[in-house]
Design a protein around this ligand. Structure first.
Ligand code: PMP
Length: 430
């Protein structure tokens, strides 16, 4: 069959404006039509090649169309695509077993669904079933999904569209030392961000919330890395209030931050871990996992039509096999270190960069404005010019001014240095 010619970005925009709900947002003034991906690269309808440094928002840990993953997916597609969980199939239980082998501590039982939002919905239900309580805490600038509850748990104005969010959720300041909400300096601060959680529990809730949702490193919040003391102190506080800790590792999971799960950086074992994105290797997946004890509270029938379906489960199994076989978490730590060092050198030379931060290959570069551009406008200009030069970056942060680098964990050091050189060229054009 002859290959169909791509319709091109203009025709896509016409259809998008006509047929998609207008909230469906996209990057770039002059957006390309992406038609093909291979490894760290994607190609547009004009045949132009881009280095994908955002990995479809932390999904393509192995890069695009990783041959072993493609083979595993295709083999399963040709054999059995879907039955749902009312029938017994093998991939779902094998994936749950493999996940138990990588999840922290005693977290070993999983429910599969199809997205990160759904995973957080499920985690909230599980926490309510287990504790008999129904209020939640979450971070300001956190993001937990697009569903009614996921959006209500979200603390970012940009993604909080709902004029009537779900009640019973209290947002607390995140541990964000570069922009300390208390105007303190790390080292002298006495961790007011931790005390603020206790104040919120005692003043803004019934005193008995079910759980606190946290992103270990805030992704959409602008790559906010907590100080090392934060999560140990928070864990102790939540234990005292008999609250569960729910770690949303949808973006940070599976080696992205240089450890299998970001909470491993601080040796914290959450009560519930939620995830998705990278595990499916590009196929839609979500999951929440917990301990035997907590899982025992959820016994009434539950089902997700596509959760753990043979194709995504097979993709997940192959992904986990490669992640461990090729030590990709360690690779992420090493490459992330190199990338951050290079970007920090650029920060010394270019005033437009005000901070470089992150862990592993989850790196944020904060941008300030100039006399004529706001920080968000300046970030957009860099993002657009990087795209024109053949490099796709992300954009996050409450002020939409943090350029986000989350390249595939399989990237080569030379590729990342090349991208950093292109970034420097763009900075020189500002
Ligand atoms: N949690 C986090 C931390 C996320 O980054 C996202 C999506 N970016 C979600 C949840 C929602 O995941 P999904 O889009 O798969 O529903």
């Amino acid at each position: 069959m002859p290959e169909r010619k791509p319709i091109g970005p203009d025709a896509i925009l016409v259809k998008k404006r006509r047929y998609l709900i207008p909230c469906t947002y996209h990057f770039y003034k002059d957006a390309p039509q992406i038609v093909r991906g291979q490894g760290v690269y994607v190609h547009d309808s004009q045949g132009k090649r881009y280095m994908d440094l955002y990995s479809g928002v932390s999904v393509h840990a192995l890069g695009h169309c990783y041959p072993e993953l493609v083979e595993a997916i295709c083999k399963q597609v040709e054999t059995l695509q879907h039955t749902t969980t009312i029938y017994l199939t093998e991939p779902i239980v094998n994936l749950a077993e493999a996940l138990a082998g990588v999840l922290p501590g005693e977290v070993c039982r999983t429910f599969f669904c199809s997205s990160g939002s759904e995973a957080n919905e499920g985690a909230a239900l599980l926490a309510t079933l287990h504790t008999g309580r129904d209020e939640f805490l979450a971070f300001q600038h956190g993001l937990h999904g697009r569903t009614k509850l996921g959006m209500s748990l979200t603390g970012l104005a940009f993604w909080r569209t709902d004029p009537h969010p779900v009640g019973g959720i209290t947002h607390v300041p995140p541990p964000d030392c570069p922009h300390c909400p208390f105007g303190q300096t790390y080292g002298d601060c006495r961790f007011q961000c931790v005390s603020a959680v206790e104040t919120a529990i005692t003043t803004a809730t019934s005193g008995k919330p079910a759980a606190m949702f946290v992103e270990p490193i805030q992704g959409n919040g602008g790559i906010t890395v907590p100080p090392p003391e934060y999560f140990p102190k928070l864990r102790e506080l939540l234990d005292r209030h008999e609250m569960l800790l729910i770690a949303d590792e949808v973006q940070t999971g599976f080696g992205r931050t240089g450890k299998l799960f970001a909470m491993n950086h601080w040796n914290i074992v959450p009560d519930i871990v939620t995830g998705g994105k990278a595990l499916g290797g590009g196929t839609p997946i979500g999951f929440f996992s917990t301990t035997d004890d907590i899982a025992a509270s959820y016994t009434r029938p539950g089902a997700s039509t596509f959760g753990g379906n043979p194709v995504t489960a097979q993709a997940g199994l192959k992904f986990l096999e490669i992640l461990r076989r090729d030590s990709l978490a360690e690779r992420s730590a090493t490459l992330g270190h190199q990338l951050q060092n290079r970007l920090k050198e650029l920060m010394q030379k270019h005033d437009v960069i005000t901070d470089v931060r992150g862990l592993g290959l989850m790196v944020g570069v904060e941008i300030t404005g100039g006399s004529s551009l706001s920080p968000a406008e300046c970030t957009d200009r860099i993002l657009e010019r990087m795209k024109n030069a053949g490099y796709l970056l992300g954009k996050t942060g409450p002020g939409r001014n943090v350029l986000t680098w989350m390249p595939p964990l399989t990237s080569e050091s030379e590729e990342l240095l090349e991208a950093a050189a292109a970034f420097e060229n763009v900075l020189q054009t500002l």
